[in-house]
Design a protein around this ligand. Structure first.
Ligand code: FMN
Length: 173
């Protein structure tokens, strides 16, 4: 199987998740090409499976990912195509699935692509990496959602067992 994994990652957590999925798929004898959406200008026609992944920032998936999906919706619907969303709301068990994560529910309702599989993974908080503005905003969001607010908090919420299980589901698709 020839698989392409297209991702958008600002601080590296979505890339880390995609790299793990790539490793798992390669171990299952799949051929997996990993590309950032930022400089991607090839065709996806040649691939048997397509995985598109994006983190959430301020309530939205990356604009390039959204545009790519809108422009290729028909092709994606004709393929074994998978969507992955990474966000912090997903750290809460009750908001960690495709039908319960508010960003994913809203996004899937707004596009004509119906992914064959959807993965929702919790991301990472690393306040030290953020600009003053972003740190302040994330702290506010965390205050409202009972998350960590201390300036040196660095917490990876990603459930790697879930990521591995998802890669197996992609392999079986
Ligand atoms: C500036 C900024 C805005 C964010 N906005 C949201 C948000 O609206 N909702 C949410 O659940 N997570 C939000 N996050 C959390 C990210 O989705 C999370 O940190 C993720 O791991 C980032 O993945 P990336 O490193 O691949 O970009 C935000 C993070 C940052 C730094």
């Amino acid at each position: 199987m020839k698989i392409i994994l297209l991702y958008s990652s600002i601080d590296g957590q979505t890339l880390k998740i995609c790299t793990k999925i790539q490793e798992e798929l390669v171990a299952l004898n799949h051929n997996v090409a990993l590309f950032s959406i930022q400089n991607f200008n090839q065709t996806i026609l040649d691939y048997d499976k397509i995985i598109i992944a994006s983190s959430i920032r301020y309530g939205k998936h990356n604009i390039k990912v959204v545009k790519f999906i809108q422009e290729n919706a028909a092709l994606l619907n004709s393929k074994k195509a998978v969507f992955i969303s990474v966000n912090l709301v997903a750290r809460k068990e009750e908001k960690s699935q495709a039908h319960t994560n508010p960003y994913v529910v809203k996004f899937l309702n707004s596009i004509s692509w119906k992914p064959k599989l959807v993965g929702v993974f919790a991301g990472k908080i690393d306040y030290k990496k953020y600009t003053f503005f972003d740190r302040t905003m994330i702290k506010l969001i965390m205050l409202m959602t009972h998350g960590p607010t201390n300036s040196d908090a660095e917490i990876e919420y990603t459930n790697w067992v879930k990521v591995t299980a998802f890669a197996k589901q992609v392999a079986e698709l």
